[in-house]
Every structure is written in structure tokens, then in C-alpha cells.
Write a protein that binds this ligand. Structure first.
Ligand SMILES: Cc1cc2nc3c(=O)[nH]c(=O)nc-3n(C[C@H](O)[C@H](O)[C@H](O)COP(=O)(O)OP(=O)(O)OC[C@H]3O[C@@H](n4cnc5c(N)ncnc54)[C@H](O)[C@@H]3O)c2cc1C
Length: 382
């Protein structure tokens, strides 16, 4: 099936290239990386060398100069690698930590952070969540105080993907005593700065090939040159960032759901009970039909919303709807797929349980289901 008018022949060539790369250089190693709780940085470098980390960034900063749908293709295909951890870590690099630098950063910041991230020479993290503030971003407490040409940062950040070894973090901080969203600014903080420490590497239900850390900032001195954009505008910058993050999360959800569906389809055709493939049972065939329908509904919504986003619109209601629907659908499909696998589905030697665990996060990260519903309801006048 081709999805016009969103994808051109070039996108399909890119899709084939990424698919081959994933099959050869990612999937065979997923098991090992999940065991180890981290993937090797050589993978990041390899993706950088192949241009995958900057598909839609301009050539002037080292990107490939592609369009938004090139990024969607990458997110969808990488999501089918057999785990959610690697795609999530890479999405932090390409679609969460670096877009604010591309959008609001100056040439010096782009040269020091964006270009090395696109090349795979620097690993990026995004620091929004804190131990006491997750959904309520406007309440963050991490504080930056001006000291001459520098800022001194104190606070902590929670659940930071890539946090145990990232080179820098795009950090949400408070730069004034004004309450709520008004006093918030973004900084790029190098994580080898004195005063930065990883207080914990967090153990997780899923996404195990991606490391997650709690970071402490204890009197961390950051040059004023690392302030992103204008002081006090950080909240609007990070709300903008979250729109792209939600779009790419939706694309990843589609990819993972599609893989769960394909695994269940093949299993249902080959697994025999009562002297026939279980796919012959109408209840299983209809379940597969429903799973495929749900995937296609969410896919169309994702592409339609991505199209508007790619044209410069920021339709936050539709983006929230897309993220909500795709995240719920992916975990729903993974759950049904696990059911089709029966007892084998519950065994770690079959790939479906990992997809089931990993898609669970989609309903929490980047804005929980309930937060998406709040945004949608408000824009419906409720
Ligand atoms: C594996 C993993 C990786 C992550 N990576 C990063 C990262 O790299 N950087 C980063 O900054 N953060 C990261 N996060 C954090 C993630 O974005 C937050 O977990 C998420 O935003 C929810 O925040 P919280 O966990 O503090 O939940 P809370 O805000 O405490 O919310 C708990 C629950 O309350 C409900 N709720 C909250 N607000 C509302 C509301 N307004 N209306 C109705 N119900 C509500 C929801 O059900 C929600 O799930 C990661 C999290 C995980 C688990």
C-alpha cells in the first residue's frame, strides 16, 4: 500500500534503506542490548555516518535537508527493530533534545551541539521531568541563577533517557522567582561539567536497551552562551518541542503496532490447534482484522497531522489526539497480539512480550493519556 500524497518515491527508497539497516545492524543485537540495559555508542555513530540522525535538518548544519516525512519514515522503521528502547533513545537525539537547538539556538550553539549530535559524535538528552514535577512542566524547580557571564544551576531531573552517558542535556530550568511558566528558560548543559552527577541508573519494566537516569545539578556553572533563545521563553519553547516529540512518538507507536500485528498474523497462520491453524477461528481472524483496522486509522491520523505540522502549523489539539490514539492503539494491539500467541506470548523467548512491555510507556511518556485528553478537552471548550 502506498500512502499518497505524503510519501514520494524518495521516501520509499529511504524506507528500504532503513529497513535493510535495521535488519542487519540493529535487530540481531537487540537481545544483547536489552540484557545489558544499554546499546553501544558505535550504533549512534553509525547512524550519524549514514545520515539518519539529521534526515530533516538542513545541510548547513550537517543534516540531509529532507522533509518532515523523512523523519516519520525513520521513526516508523526503527520502531520495528524488535524493541522500543533503541528507537526511544534515538528519538531523544533526533526529535526531542536537538529540535530546540535547531529552532532557537544560535550558530555557535548549533556548531557546538547540533552538528555533533547529527554526526553521532555527541549523545543528547532532554531534561524536563523532575522527581516532584512530571506532567506539570510549569512547576519545575531546577533553578539557574545569574553569576556574571555564567549561570549556576541547582536541582535534579528524573527519568532522563540517555542520562547515564549523554554529552549534553537540553535542560528546562527556572531563571526567575516568577511563578509558573513565566520564569522558565532552556539551557544546553554539558554533562561532564563539575557538579553534574548521575545519582541513579533506573531499572525499568521495558525499554530496557535504553538507559534512564536521575541527574543531580549541584552548583553547576554554565556559560551564558549556553542559554537557548531568550531568557524567560523556555516554557513556550518546550511546549513547541513537545509537539514534535508527540508526533514522532505516534509514528513510533504505528511501527511497533505494525510489528506486533505482523508477528501475530504469522503465528496465527502457523500455530495449529484442533487440527487447524488458529487463524481459521473466526474470533482470531476478526481480531486480526480489527487490529489492522486500528493501525490504519491511527496511521492516517498520524500522516494527516504530520502533514499539517510539516507545513508549519502547530495543531496541538490534533497532535494530542494523534499521540493519544496511537499510544493507546499500540498497546492495545500488542496486548491482542500477545493473546494470539497464547502461553508462548507470555514467554521471554518470543518477541511479543517485549513489544507489550515497551508500548506501555507510550501511554505515559511525552505527556500521559490523561494529559492529552486535558489538552483536547480544553480546546473543545470544556
Ligand atoms: C522510560 C522513561 C523515559 C523517560 N524519558 C524522559 C526524558 O528523557 N526526559 C524527560 O524530561 N522526561 C522523561 N520521562 C518522563 C515522562 O515524560 C513522565 O513520566 C511523564 O511526563 C509523566 O510524568 P510523571 O511520571 O511525573 O507522572 P505525574 O505527572 O506524576 O502523573 C501521574 C499520573 O497522573 C495523571 N495526571 C497527571 N496530570 C494530570 C492531569 N492534568 N489531568 C489528569 N490526570 C493527570 C496521569 O494519569 C499520570 O500518568 C521518561 C519517563 C519514562 C518512564
Amino acid at each position: 500500500m502506498t500512502y499518497e500524497p505524503y510519501f514520494t518515491e524518495e521516501h520509499e527508497i529511504l524506507r528500504t534503506t532503513i529497513r535493510k539497516f535495521v535488519a542487519k545492524e540493529v535487530t540481531p543485537f537487540v537481545e544483547e542490548w536489552e540484557e545489558e540495559g544499554i546499546f553501544p555508542l558505535e550504533l549512534l555513530k553509525r547512524m550519524g555516518d549514514l545520515g539518519f540522525l539529521g534526515l530533516r535538518y538542513p545541510e548547513s548544519v550537517g543534516g540531509q535537508g529532507g522533509d518532515y516525512f523523512a523523519g516519520i519514515v525513520f521513526a516508523e522503521e526503527l520502531a520495528k527493530c524488535g524493541c522500543g528502547g533503541v528507537p526511544m533513545a534515538i528519538a531523544v537525539q533526533t526529535d526531542m533534545a536537538t529540535p530546540p537547538i535547531a529552532e532557537f539556538g544560535n550558530a555557535d550553539q548549533q556548531e557546538r551541539f547540533l552538528t555533533p549530535a547529527i554526526k553521532g559524535d555527541k549523545l543528547a538528552a532532554i531534561g524536563i521531568s523532575e522527581p516532584n514535577h512530571g506532567s506539570d512542566v510549569a512547576s519545575v524547580e531546577t533553578r539557574a541563577r545569574r553569576d556574571g557571564d555564567d549561570w549556576i544551576i541547582n536541582g535534579s531531573k528524573m527519568f532522563i533517557t540517555n542520562g547515564t552517558r549523554a554529552d549534553f542535556v537540553t535542560l528546562v530550568t527556572r531563571t526567575s522567582d516568577e511563578p509558573g511558566y513565566k520564569g522558565i528558560s532552556l539551557f544546553i548543559v554539558e554533562l561532564d561539567s563539575p557538579g553534574v552527577s548521575v545519582s541513579r541508573k533506573l531499572d525499568k519494566v521495558g525499554m530496557r536497551s535504553s538507559d534512564t537516569a536521575e541527574l543531580i545539578f549541584d552548583n553547576v556553572r554554565v556559560p551564558h552562551a549556553n542559554l537557548l533563545g531568550e531568557e524567560g521563553k523556555g516554557f513556550s519553547y518546550i511546549m513547541w518541542e513537545l509537539q514534535g516529540e508527540r508526533m514522532i512518538a505516534a509514528a513510533g507507536s504505528i511501527g511497533m503496532a505494525e510489528q506486533a500485528y505482523e508477528l501475530a498474523y504469522d503465528y496465527a497462520k502457523s500455530r495449529k490447534q484442533f487440527n487447524q491453524p488458529i487463524a481459521n477461528f473466526q474470533v482470531i481472524a476478526h481480531l486480526l482484522a480489527e487490529m489492522k483496522t486500528e493501525i490504519e486509522v491511527c496511521r492516517e491520523l498520524t500522516y494527516a497531522t504530520a502533514y499539517r505540522f510539516s507545513k508549519g502549523e502547530v495543531p496541538s489539539k490534533e497532535i494530542s489526539m494523534t499521540k493519544l490514539a496511537a499510544a493507546q492503539m499500540a498497546h492495545w494491539v500488542a496486548d491482542r497480539a500477545l493473546q494470539i500467541f497464547g502461553g508462548n506470548g507470555y514467554m521471554t523467548e518470543y518477541p511479543i512480550e517485549r513489544i507489550w512491555r515497551d508500548t506501555r510507556l507510550h501511554r505515559i511518556g511525552g505527556g500521559a493519556d490523561e494529559v492529552m485528553k486535558e489538552i483536547i478537552a480544553k480546546q473543545m471548550g470544556l
